[in-house]
Write a protein that binds this ligand. Structure first.
Ligand code: UTP
Length: 448
């Protein structure tokens, strides 16, 4: 893009100020700024500005009620597992991993997925996710493509991390990295914010950016080519997740669901998990920030929380559903943030109060569009312990403890008691579950 082209498109969109420091920029800064401008989706910018003007951050209406939540045991579980195994073995299953977030609460300098979580080896979050796919692929003799969503900030580092570790044993051809969209930040008046004289402040478009990014980057077409119909979705920060759990996949397939969700009982009424609800005849998600005190504390006759189950963002999607959603615009959510800006003298200043807006899409905003939805309860001790914060709740320390407790339970089920004081770690490609452990033939007997 030339300077003239940039000027024309910016002025046409009321954003001419983006070039106001042009004269003072070096040749390299000018080139970088033109590249940035060429990458801006001005249709999306206009939509963001309109939402800002209308103050219309994805408003939801209607009285929410709790949904039916299935749990699987006995024959029903066996039927679901058999259906899921068949789907995986047929090569119909792919895995979607969203890893484009900025991980600001953890404060780790790098992609969150590269964070070292293995209590013994220090292996990364990506290691544990990828090795589960290696195990499933081997178990079912099938290819299971992994689609990893990154953002501009962490794309190269994410790809390098996989490369440096030999893709953790996955076939490189079955790992697809793609970038989510980024949007400029805006001030109250809808003007794009510069965080340096030659640089537009951009931020990722949220995990809901997945759906458009899958389309724009040709991933939906790739899935079709491979015959992938069913997509297991999860977040990068939870190494306990049962990736492509056959029971979950099977239930989704048997019920003809378009969007399935695993839900767990909240650890307390105020835990920050989204709530799946029924509203106006559809399924919907209420963010924890939108839950009223009354909703948080409402009880059933038996004294249980009425809104008991939270969503840790473990989903299964039908590919056809994602294709349908990709043709639509998702709602936008606004977040008021402290965004560095350039002052009149051309210096970057860090504000002490929120001064600008970021825009995000949330994956669960697709939920009301799904014609069939399945909610499946699961035991969080086995499958959910995210790394969100540097310390305290949902931190590396709690996650490592939960991982080790899970591995100790697996070992115990295979007949081996490991003392609490002994660190444990199991490579998922060595053993995914107790049955695998028993089959390894490795006789782990506690010393007499
Ligand atoms: P979080 O909401 O926990 O955000 O993301 P985060 O960016 O990882 O962490 P904080 O809030 O800055 O501390 C949940 C999941 O969604 C992905 C994250 O990578 C994580 O797997 N995500 C989030 C994206 O892929 N893109 C985004 O724009 C936001």
């Amino acid at each position: 893009m030339t300077f003239e082209e940039a000027r024309r498109v910016l002025e046409k969109n009321g954003q001419g100020h983006v070039l106001e420091h042009w004269k003072g920029l070096s040749a390299a800064e000018r080139k970088a700024l033109l590249t940035q401008v060429a990458g801006i989706d001005f249709k999306a910018v206009a939509r963001c500005a309109k939402v800002l003007g209308d103050n219309a951050s994805a408003v939801k209406r209607g009285k929410p009620t709790a949904p039916k939540v299935a749990s699987l045991s006995g024959a029903a579980r066996r039927r679901a597992v058999a259906a899921g195994e068949k789907e995986i073995a047929a090569g119909h299953v792919g895995v979607l991993l969203v890893a484009g977030g900025q991980g600001s609460r953890l404060g780790f300098d790098g992609p969150k997925g590269a964070y070292s979580i293995g209590p013994v080896t220090g292996a990364s979050l990506f290691f544990f996710h990828a090795r589960k796919i290696v195990a499933l692929s081997r178990r079912y003799g099938a290819r299971i493509p992994l689609y990893v969503m990154t953002s501009a900030v962490n794309h190269e580092a994410t790809v390098s991390h996989f490369r440096e570790h030999g893709f953790f044993g996955l076939d490189e051809a079955d790992v697809v990295f793609f970038r989510q969209g980024v949007w400029p930040g805006m001030s109250d008046d809808g003007r794009i914010i510069l965080d340096a004289p030659g640089h537009v402040f951009m931020s990722p478009d949220g995990h809901g950016g997945l759906i458009s990014a899958l389309k724009v980057n040709g991933c939906l077409a790739d899935m079709r080519r491979r015959g992938v119909k069913t997509l297991f979705f999860f977040q990068v920060d939870n190494p306990l997740v049962e990736v492509a759990d056959p029971a979950f996949i099977g239930l989704h397939v048997l019920k003809g669901s378009e969007y399935s969700l695993k839900l767990c009982a909240k650890r307390d009424p105020h835990e920050g998990l989204g709530m799946v609800v029924r509203r106006g005849g559809r399924f919907d998600m209420v963010e924890y920030t939108e839950m009223t005190e009354e909703m948080n504390n409402r009880r059933t006759k038996d004294g249980e929380l009425y809104f008991k189950y939270g969503s840790p963002a473990i989903h299964v999607f039908d590919r056809a559903f994602l294709e349908r959603e990709a043709a639509k615009d998702m709602p936008l959510h606004l977040a008021h943030k402290k965004i560095p800006t350039v002052d009149a003298s051309g210096r970057t200043v860090k504000p002490s109060e929120p001064n600008g807006w970021k825009f995000e899409k949330f994956i669960f905003d697709a939920l009301p569009d799904a014609r069939r939805v399945v909610c499946l309860a699961f035991d969080r001790a086995d499958e959910f312990s995210p790394v969100k914060n540097a310390e305290g709740k949902d931190s590396p320390a709690t996650c490592r403890a939960d991982l080790q407790a899970k591995w100790r339970r697996l070992l115990a089920a295979a007949g081996v008691q490991v003392p609490e004081s002994m660190p444990v770690e199991i490579d998922p490609a060595y053993a995914l579950d107790a049955a695998d452990l028993a089959r390894t033939g490795l006789v782990l007997r506690p010393a007499k």
